[in-house]
Design a protein around this ligand. Structure first.
Ligand code: 4AD
Ligand code: MG
Length: 465
């Protein structure tokens, strides 16, 4: 007999039918004559109840079936008298695949803190919370591909190893095969990268945008979806050293269309979660964040508020004048901190916000320069509880302006000659953005620490698992 996954078994109505399920024991309780095993196989948040005749199987045989053990059960589907479950299985045969010593298995019942579970990230997918989160993570990835595929975008793969720093922030992890114990340097004391694997200095990418733009300048609408790396030493609940980013790039789009795409995209993904992750969302809503589902519905139904950085800063300055206290100062020209972003979203507008036209000094070299000479056509999408969820812009399509800005900012363009050539050969207006996948997941799951929405988080001093 083939295995039935528990999500399917629970939907069946053919009472009496024989089934085989396999999974991990969440609990076993009962009395002298009967045992009730709550079995979970990860296919859904619900356990299926296995009813076992202790006399038939024998105390000795059942003894190793404790929390965490892995078993296969054949039996018959029976209408369940218990509340909240449709069917249960009356066991006819039980195979024990693996035991879990109760003295050492760390996941005993409920009530572990999220901090503790981070230390046992190899086992935390077996909890209700992380099962729910990682199923939602999967559903969100599917939603992203569907959204772009339905809109005629092509999924384009950009390299992970690169010799250019897209964001110019110098937060890159170097990739080398050189012997660090015996580094060869030239007369000037510089490291001789000619001898390194790629014959030049390389790093893990901080963004696929530059290569994404090359593709947009040929295929029209593309998106990337891949791992991204930043060596920024920020130990915050919103930063990872390794995260996943989705970067659409669209030829002929200007900033307005870019904003609309960002809104449509997020709303599609959130609606997908509401439609396809009901049980898991309900669980997270009940356990962690009683306003989660309400917040998701709100975001799907309401337009994001659009305003300029300059207008945003005025609002923040007025707030300060009225006595609102921020940890960091705010004024035209400063980069907004997440406390400022959240004030605009949560206190002032009470909805997601798209800020545009930031001072050029605090944004990357590739953004389209405005007529005023001071600002660039940047856009950041700001979300409740998170702050920045998307960063993007219209791109500078004028070769001279782009080259000048790169020079001003000290971006070495010899490494990105190929990027500049798109402006030399058939340049066009275009725009794009990057959505941090884990930031989206923070929003959708209601979790408050980004380490809890990626299976194996990489953060400063942490690369376990
Ligand atoms: O604003 P960022 O740096 O923009 C770019 O990388 C552009 N190249 C995107 C583009 O226009 N194609 O990053 C984009 C998003 C942020 O808004 C945030 O959601 C996420 O990536 N992000 C991080 N997420 C987790 N941990 C980090 N350290 C992150 N840094 C950025
Ligand atoms: Mg940004």
């Amino acid at each position: 007999m083939g295995r039935t996954v528990i999500a399917e078994a629970l939907k069946r109505t053919d009472i009496g039918a024989e089934v085989l399920v396999k999974g991990w024991v969440r609990t076993r309780r009962g009395n002298k004559t009967v045992s009730f095993i709550a079995l979970n196989d990860g296919s859904c948040i619900h356990n299926i109840q296995i009813v076992v005749d202790n006399v038939k199987f024998g105390e000795e045989y059942l003894k190793p079936i404790t929390t965490g053990a892995c078993i296969g059960v054949s039996g018959n589907l029976v209408e369940s008298p218990g509340q909240g479950q449709s069917v249960e299985i009356h066991a006819t045969a039980i195979e024990i695949y693996g035991t879990a010593d109760p003295d050492t298995y760390p996941l005993q019942k409920k009530g572990h803190t999220l901090e503790f579970l981070r230390e046992i990230a190899h086992l935390r997918p077996r909890t209700n919370t992380f099962g729910a989160i990682f199923r939602i993570r999967h559903e969100m990835a599917m939603a992203i591909h569907r959204f772009f595929h339905e809109k005629g975008f092509f999924y384009f793969h950009t390299p992970i190893i690169t010799a250019s720093d897209c964001e110019g922030a110098g937060q890159m992890f170097q990739v080398t095969t050189m012997n660090l114990y015996d580094l060869k340097k030239d007369e000037t004391g510089s490291i001789d990268y000619d001898r390194d694997f790629f014959g030049k200095q390389t790093s893990l990418t901080v963004s696929g945008q530059l290569e994404g733009e090359l593709a947009a300048m040929a295929m029209g609408s593309i998106y990337t979806f891949g791992p991204t790396f930043r060596a920024e030493n920020s130990n915050t609940p919103r930063h990872l050293a390794e995260f996943w980013m989705i970067e659409p790039e669209v030829a002929f789009n200007e900033i307005e269309e870019n904003m609309q795409l960002a809104q449509d995209f997020i709303q599609y993904c959130v609606q997908w979660a509401l439609d396809n992750c009901k049980d898991d969302l309900k669980f997270l809503n009940d356990m962690y964040d009683k306003e989660l589902i309400e917040r998701l519905n709100f975001v799907v139904k309401n337009d994001f508020k659009r305003l300029t950085y300059t207008e945003g800063v005025s609002i923040l300055e007025e707030a300060v004048a009225k006595g609102v206290k921020f940890e960091y100062p705010v004024g035209w020209g400063t980069d907004l901190q997440s406390e400022h972003e959240r004030y605009l979203v949560e206190q002032h507008f009470k909805k997601p916000v798209i800020l545009t036209d930031y001072p050029k000094e605090i944004k990357s070299f590739y953004m389209k320069q405005n007529e005023d000479g001071k600002t660039v056509r940047a856009m950041d999408v700001l979300f409740p509880k998170i702050g920045e969820i998307i960063g993007g812009s219209q791109r500078e399509e004028d070769l001279t302006k782009l080259q000048n800005r790169a020079d001003e900012m000290g971006v070495p363009t010899k490494d990105i000659w190929w990027y500049l050539e798109t402006r030399k050969f058939g340049t066009a207006p275009h725009a794009g953005f990057g959505l941090g996948f884990e930031r989206l997941l923070l929003f959708v799951t209601g979790m408050s620490n980004i380490r809890d929405v990626i299976p194996f988080p990489r953060t400063p001093n942490n690369a376990e698992f």
